[in-house]
Design a protein around this ligand. Structure first.
Ligand code: PLP
Length: 385
C-alpha cells in the first residue's frame, strides 16, 4: 500500500491495466472486421474520462463515444485526436462547438442537420455526422418512416458527410425478440437507403450485451461501455472474456464501539443488536452511492417472489438482502440504515480490527462525489497515460 493511500479515509482505485485487458479481450472477440467504439460517457462510468479513453485507444479502440459535447472538449484539450461521437442531440447553438472541436454529432431530426450544415459551411469543410434511428428505445432518433420520407432532402445536404448510421437497443440481454425486432427495423432502413444510393461506412447497433450475444448484429462497429470496465451487462450470465473489474471503492474504520445486546443502530432505529458485539463506523453513506437499494420492477414471477421474501425477511429482522462490505477479504454485514455520510458494520466476528483498517465497499460507481479521490494503478505498463 503506498503512502498516499494510508492517509486517505475514502478512495476509489481504478486499475487501468484491467481496462486495458478488457478492451484487448473485446478487440480480440470482434476480429479485424468490426470496429470498436469505447463508450466513455459519464466520466467513463466513473473510471476517469481521459485516463480510460487513453487506455482504450492504446488497445485498439477506433472511436470514443460520449453523451455531451463538453466531454468531447475535455478529451480534445487532453490532446486526444481520435474520432468522438456525441450521442445526445445538440442544442441550437452548440454546432459551432462541435465543429471547432471536431466532434461527430448524432442527428435525430432535420433541423439539427440544417443547423449543422450552416456551421460546416462557415467552417468551410464537410462535417462527419452519424444518423440516429429510433427503433424501440423511445428516446432520440428518426423514426424509420420519417427517415424514408425525408431522405431526399436530408442527403442532399452537401456540407455533411454521412459517416455513420446507428440505433440503440432497449433490452439487448433481457428481450431477444424485441432486440431482433429493433435490428430488423434498422436493417430495413439501411437497405432502403442503400437502394436509393445512400451508403454509410459505419453502421452500428450493438452495446456490450448485444455485441456478446448477437455476433450477426455487430455490423461495422460496436459501442462498448460495460465490458470495458470489467462488468457483465445485466442479464448476461457467463463471462467468457475473463474480464477484470477495474473499479474498487475503499474506506477505513473510523470508530469502534462495543455495544450491548438490544442496542439500536442508526436513524429510525430499524436495527436492534441481537448479541453483545463490536460495531465499526465507516465514513461513507448514501450520498456516496453506498447502500442505495434499488429494487427494479420484478422481471418475472420468480423475481417477484424473491422481492416479497426479502421484504418479509426485513420485516421480521432476518438479514436476507443485507449488504456486506469486505474487511481483510471477509464479508461484514452493514447494520442499521445507511446515513447520508456514515454507516455501521458489525465486526463482532473479526476480533483484530483496528481504527484505520481498510474496508472495500460496493457502491454505484457513476454517482461518486468529486471529493473522493481516485487513485489510478497499472499505469506503469501503460505508456503515456
Ligand atoms: C451507453 C451507451 C452504450 C454502451 O452501453 P453498454 O451497455 O455499457 O456497453 C452504447 N451506445 C449508446 C448510444 C449508449 O448511450
Amino acid at each position: 500500500m503506498d503512502n498516499r493511500r494510508t492517509t486517505l479515509a475514502r478512495w476509489v482505485e481504478i486499475d487501468l491495466a484491467a481496462i486495458a485487458h478488457n478492451v484487448a479481450q473485446v478487440r480480440r472477440l470482434l476480429g479485424p472486421e468490426v470496429r470498436l467504439m469505447a463508450v466513455v460517457k459519464a466520466d467513463a462510468y466513473g473510471h476517469g474520462l481521459v485516463q480510460a479513453s487513453r487506455v482504450a485507444l492504446s488497445q485498439g479502440a477506433d472511436m470514443l463515444g460520449v453523451t455531451h459535447p463538453e466531454e468531447g472538449i475535455i478529451l480534445r484539450e487532453a490532446g486526444i485526436a481520435a474520432p468522438i461521437l456525441v450521442f445526445r442531440p445538440l442544442l441550437p447553438g452548440e454546432e459551432e462547438t462541435a465543429v471547432a472541436f471536431d466532434l461527430t454529432p448524432s442527428i435525430s431530426e432535420p433541423e439539427q442537420a440544417r443547423r449543422l450544415a450552416a456551421a460546416s459551411r462557415k467552417a468551410g469543410r464537410a462535417f462527419p455526422v452519424h444518423l440516429k434511428v429510433e427503433t424501440g428505445m423511445g428516446r432520440t432518433g428518426f423514426l424509420p418512416e420519417v427517415l424514408r420520407e425525408l431522405a431526399g432532402e436530408l442527403f442532399s445536404i452537401r456540407e455533411l458527410k454521412w459517416e455513420g448510421i446507428y440505433t440503440h437497443f432497449a433490452s439487448a440481454a433481457g428481450d431477444p425478440d424485441f432486440t431482433r425486432h429493433q435490428f430488423l427495423l434498422f436493417s430495413d432502413v439501411v437497405r432502403d437507403l442503400a437502394e436509393r444510393g445512400i451508403y454509410f461506412p459505419l453502421r452500428h447497433a450493438c452495446n456490450s450485451a448485444a455485441a456478446l450475444l448477437y455476433p450477426e448484429m455487430r455490423l461495422d462497429m460496436v459501442r462498448i461501455g460495460t465490458l470495458m470496465y470489467g462488468q457483465l451487462p445485466a442479464g448476461v450470465e457467463t463471462d467468457f472474456l475473463g474480464l477484470k473489474d477495474a473499479w474498487s471503492f475503499w474506506t477505513r474504520v473510523i470508530h469502534l464501539q462495543q455495544v450491548r445486546r438490544g442496542t439500536t443502530v442508526g436513524y429510525g432505529r430499524t436495527y436492534r443488536v441481537r448479541r453483545d458485539t463490536t460495531l465499526a463506523v465507516l465514513p461513507v453513506g448514501y450520498s456516496d452511492g453506498f447502500g442505495i437499494d434499488v429494487t427494479p420492477r420484478p422481471s418475472g414471477l420468480l423475481d417477484l417472489v424473491k422481492v416479497l421474501v426479502k421484504t418479509a425477511g426485513a420485516y421480521f429482522g432476518i438479514p436476507w438482502g443485507t449488504q456486506f462490505v469486505s474487511i481483510n477479504g471477509k464479508p461484514v454485514p452493514v447494520v442499521g440504515r445507511v446515513g447520508m455520510e456514515l454507516s455501521c458494520v458489525d465486526v463482532g466476528k473479526l476480533p483484530d480490527i483496528e481504527i484505520g483498517a481498510p474496508v472495500q465497499l460496493q457502491a454505484r460507481r457513476t454517482v461518486l462525489k468529486a471529493s473522493i479521490p481516485r487513485l489510478f494503478t497499472g499505469v506503469e505498463e501503460q505508456e503515456g497515460i
